[in-house]
Each structure stands twice: as structure tokens, then as C-alpha cells.
Design a protein around this ligand. Structure first.
Ligand code: NAD
Length: 237
């Protein structure tokens, strides 16, 4: 492989698994014992907002009990190394946790939102908070009660910053997918875009993802073992 200067890494729940945050696929399509329809759709929220708020309160509270793992730290190192080379790393993450940030990376696009961000549907403003929210919580911006929802992109909603993501893939040398099942679109389609543009493509995952055949190279194993090795290759090679 030639030396890459500009790299886009797409990450999924698998990169945070070794930190102790469960993925969907490990648990038979359930997210911490709840169906996706129940806790990750606008319909689920409309049907039972208390349940959905308490589900995300629990996910948010869990963040203080977990730490970034060697894969998160290695990507932060890669970001620094590529910048020194005059290039860039963009981390496009489907994850809603904050482990990339706490691992030291800076250029991160949370395409599915963030647990630590909240969205008031009354004033349409977003704000950072690690607090727990209930239907009695007022918005700190407009003070309307009961309209604050998690700033999470649920199934059926439009992921964030898709134009930026596509422009970044267009300009990169290499597209790498880490710890994602390739089952959730549009993220799962980015490899096809990268391949169509003639980019190098690499998948690092515990098992072959649904779109595995689109990647030029696949490395199977734990992200915490394989990502630091790959980063050493890119920076040292
Ligand atoms: P997924 O659960 O569908 O797939 C996870 C993939 O990671 C699987 O293919 C699995 O084999 C692989 N994996 C598991 N452990 C691994 C490890 N140690 N190293 C490497 N690979 C490993 O997750 P997804 O593709 O990200 O899509 C599901 C959606 O779930 C996303 O939209 C995301 O927002 C949401 N989610 C996020 C989190 C989080 O923020 N940490 C956790 C659960 C679900």
C-alpha cells in the first residue's frame, strides 16, 4: 500500500466494545435489552417518552464508568501523525459515546448524534449536558418543560453532516471502517462511494461485515489489537 496522507475512518459500536459499551449485534439486535423500535425511533419516543429518556439517561450515565481503549488512542495518534505529514484524519463515527474525544482525537463527526448533547424541540436549540432528563425537565435555553430530547439520530431520521462526510471521502486517499456491522445506511454505503472513487479501502472488524466484499482489504480481530498495528504501519511505513 502507498503511504496515505488523508484518511477517513468510519467507526461503529465495535470500536467501543472493548471499553465495555455493548453493541447491537453482540446482543441479537437489542440495545441493552431494548428493541431498536422502542428506543431508537421517533415512533418509540412518541409512544413512550419516559422510557426513551430514561434509556438515554442510563447510556449517558454509563459514560463515566468506561474509558477509551487502545483503538481510540491509536486513532488520536494517527490524527497527530497525519497532521505532521500535512494531511488529515477525519473520524466519522456512528457512535454516540464520547470515547474518541476522550482518547484525544479532535476531528470527529458524530453522524448519529451524541449522548452528551440535548435538543429542545420547543426552541430548536442544542446544548451539551451530562445530566439526566425527564418530562419535567425545563430547557436551559427557553425554559419550556418536557421538550428536551436526546440529540441522537434515530432510525428514519437524517444523519448529520452528510455533505461534509461525502466531501471528505472524495478528497481522501484511504477509507477505513472499524467495528461496524455495515447494516445501517447511509454509513454502510460509504465504502461503495470510496471504491467507486478508486480509494484504498480497509475493514477492521471482529467478523466480516455485511459489505465486506466492497473492501479491498479486510483484517479480522479485535479493534484494540488491530488498530494500533495498522496505525503503526501508516505512520511508520
Ligand atoms: P453494530 O452493533 O451493528 O455492529 C458492531 C460490529 O462491531 C459488529 O460487526 C461486530 O462484529 C463488531 N465488533 C464487536 N466487537 C468488536 C471489537 N472488539 N473489535 C472490532 N469489531 C468488533 O454497530 P454499528 O455498525 O455501529 O451500528 C449500530 C448503531 O448502533 C449505530 O448507529 C450506533 O449509533 C448505535 N450504537 C452506538 C453505540 C456506541 O455509541 N458505543 C453502542 C451501541 C449502538
Amino acid at each position: 500500500m502507498t503511504k496515505s496522507k488523508n484518511i477517513v475512518v468510519l467507526t461503529g459500536a465495535g470500536i467501543s466494545a472493548e471499553s465495555g459499551i455493548r453493541t447491537f449485534r453482540d446482543t441479537g439486535g437489542l440495545w441493552e435489552d431494548h428493541s431498536i423500535e422502542e428506543v431508537a425511533t421517533p415512533q418509540g419516543y412518541a409512544a413512550n417518552p419516559e422510557l426513551v429518556l430514561s434509556f438515554y439517561n442510563a447510556r449517558r450515565a454509563q459514560l463515566s464508568t468506561v474509558e477509551p481503549n487502545p483503538a481510540h488512542f491509536a486513532l488520536a495518534e494517527l490524527e497527530k501523525g497525519l497532521m505532521e505529514r500535512g494531511g488529515y484524519l477525519t473520524i466519522v463515527t456512528q457512535n454516540v459515546d464520547d470515547l474518541h474525544e476522550r482518547g484525544g482525537a479532535q476531528n470527529i463527526i458524530h453522524m448519529h448524534g451524541e449522548l452528551l448533547s440535548q435538543w429542545c424541540r420547543a426552541c430548536d436549540q442544542k446544548f451539551k449536558s451530562d445530566a439526566a432528563f425527564t418530562l419535567m425537565s425545563p430547557c436551559p435555553k427557553c425554559e419550556v418543560v418536557g421538550k428536551v430530547r436526546p440529540d441522537i439520530v434515530w432510525f428514519g431520521e437524517m444523519p448529520y453532516r452528510m455533505d461534509t462526510i461525502e466531501a471528505t471521502i472524495l478528497n481522501c486517499d484511504q477509507f477505513v471502517s472499524i467495528g461496524t456491522s455495515g447494516a445501517v445506511y447511509p454509513a454502510a454505503g460509504y465504502v461503495q462511494m470510496a471504491r467507486g472513487l478508486g480509494k484504498q479501502t480497509l475493514e477492521i472488524n471482529l467478523e466480516r461485515s455485511e459489505g465486506s466484499h466492497f473492501f479491498l482489504e479486510t483484517r479480522l480481530g479485535k479493534a484494540g489489537d488491530l488498530v494500533p498495528v495498522w496505525v503503526d504501519e501508516v505512520l511508520g511505513g
